[in-house]
Ligand binder design. Structure first.
Ligand SMILES: *Cc1c(COP(=O)(O)O)cnc(C)c1O
Length: 404
């Protein structure tokens, strides 16, 4: 079975669990900022904690946070739990990012933040977002922050410039399924010293250290994940996943979509152990990015699908966290392909304003594209450890299913 995702980590990261690195968290922040060309990077236990802390630290309350309808539920959770309201914008059907015409209309006098999410690694037109938000600021006489959600994209480029540099800051998730990982973890980068000072002060006052027990659990989690994703083991992992609930929480069940909630350790700081793993992963990032682009290029060349199937667009600067395809009958495609030895993902399988917990925030509005995507999207394995033979097998299986 070819797994739908696989962290690109191995003995270096396991070795990092035992290493001694003085001030590892600070070092991770410095190296992260340097790697992505920002002046500051601030570490958090999760990406969602960074967003929540930003809203708290900047004293944004009882305001609207404009965000995609088609995105990871943790963005909505952070918004509501910080005492604010999400205002959803439907996606377009080309690259699945927020529809910019709709964004323009979604901003109101109560908007204090806009979150452009570069979904699946597809860069948004950050210049147009900036223009729309600056115009709205002038219209309403109100500061509106732009926080790029780069949890998928990392440093995708829009017209040759990294999207990370746009707006007031950028948000990263560093969980096990992201481009690089610090086991769990998140980062917020910014070039704005005032924002950074507020955010660091808030974090240092409100976040507590992890207990030894929590740290040991993290180390075990990484070791178990790496073992579970090993080629020789993955058949068993897959079987356990499908047939039992033993592995719930190992890959992606660490957030709930149906309920607005944060994990109890959302405010327990990133530990030195996690930072050491993150440091090792940073060294691999350039390779990971190049490899994902190569695999995407291979898929674009080899996939032959009939009308009714929609391949991703070929966009300059994309980093392909996912190779997302819309299909007419998702359950059938998932099932047949698993039978043939290729596990597909079904990200993102919900539309935020259609979730019961969020329905009130989308009342009176329609989000047809987000709903359609949530019901029809699959994604192909695109992790850097795929070899040539895996890639051929994946395209063969997909082409065969598509032409049935
Ligand atoms: C993963 C992710 C985040 C952050 O997730 P955490 O699990 O809180 O680190 C934010 N936005 C998107 C789109 C994501 O996929």
């Amino acid at each position: 079975m070819i797994p739908r995702l696989k962290p690109f980590a191995g003995k270096e990261e396991l070795f990092a669990l035992l290493e001694r690195v003085p001030n590892a968290v600070e070092k991770f922040e410095e190296k992260f900022a340097a790697a992505f060309g920002t002046s500051l990077a601030i570490a958090f236990p999760y990406g969602r904690s960074a967003l929540w802390a930003f809203l708290k630290a900047m004293r944004i309350e009882d305001a609207e946070v404009v965000q995609p309808a088609y995105t990871c539920s943790v963005v909505g959770h952070a918004t509501v739990l910080s005492g604010n309201r999400p205002r959803f914008v439907d996606c377009n059907l080309r690259d699945y990012n927020m529809d910019l015409d709709l964004l323009e209309r979604a901003i109101t006098g109560r908007t204090r933040m806009v979150i452009p999410t570069h979904i699946f690694g597809y860069p948004m037109d950050v210049n147009r977002v900036d223009q729309i938000v600056r115009d709205a600021e002038n219209r309403y006489g109100q500061r509106i922050y732009i926080i790029q959600d780069c949890a998928h994209s990392f440093d995708a480029e829009w017209q040759g410039e990294s999207v990370i540099k746009a707006g007031d800051g950028a948000l990263f998730g560093l969980g096990i399924s992201k481009q690089i990982t610090s086991i769990f973890g998140g980062m917020l980068t910014t070039d704005d010293e005032d924002i950074a000072a507020n955010l660091i002060a808030f974090r240092d006052e409100n976040f507590s250290r992890k207990s030894l027990f929590e740290i040991i659990r993290r180390a075990l989690y990484l070791s178990a994940s790496l073992a579970a994703f090993e080629n020789t083991m993955y058949g068993l992992t897959y079987w356990l996943q499908e047939r039992t609930s033993l592995l719930k929480g190992l890959t992606d069940a660490y957030h709930l979509d149906q309920k607005i909630h944060f994990p109890p350790d959302h405010d327990h700081s990133l530990s030195s152990l996690e930072a050491r793993v993150g440091l090792r992963q940073l060294e691999k990032y350039a390779f990971i990015k190049r490899r994902r682009r190569e695999i995407a290029g291979f898929y674009f060349e080899k996939l032959k699908v009939p009308s009714g199937w929609v391949l991703p667009p070929r966009v300059e600067g994309a980093t392909y966290s996912h190779f997302a395809i819309r299909v007419p009958d998702r359950d059938l495609v998932l099932e047949v392909s698993a039978r043939e030895g290729v596990q597909l993902g079904q990200l993102i399988e919900y539309s935020m304003p259609h979730l019961p917990a969020y329905r009130q925030y989308g009342e009176g509005q329609e989000f047809p594209n987000s709903l359609l995507c949530s019901q029809s999207m699959i994604n192909l394995p695109i992790h850097p450890s795929l070899n040539e033979k895996d890639m051929v097998k994946i395209t063969d299986v997909i082409n065969r299913i598509a032409q049935r």
